[in-house]
Design a protein around this ligand. Sequence first.
Ligand SMILES: [Cu+2]
Length: 91
Amino acid sequence: MQVSAKEFSLTLSRPSTTAGPIVVELVNAGQDEHNLHIRPAAGGPDVGAVGIVLPGHHSDVEFHLAPGSYTFYCALPAHEELGMKATFTVQ
Ligand SMILES: [Cu+2]
């Protein structure tokens, strides 16, 4: 799946997937640096992350997420509050 990041939103290519390995491609379509962190939607510590991607670049990371609902967000200061978050479900 692809996650497109810009100021200030995250757009997911799909809202859900079935359990199993998933490759997340973080594409920085904006003008600032962004990253992608994943935490359970109910809260708690991060279960995965894609490091900082520069504008115009992308990074692919494979995750193994247990079934559940997750929040994808940019962990740079204030970026989540400004709108860089989205919900993703693993069935
Ligand atoms: Cu960001």
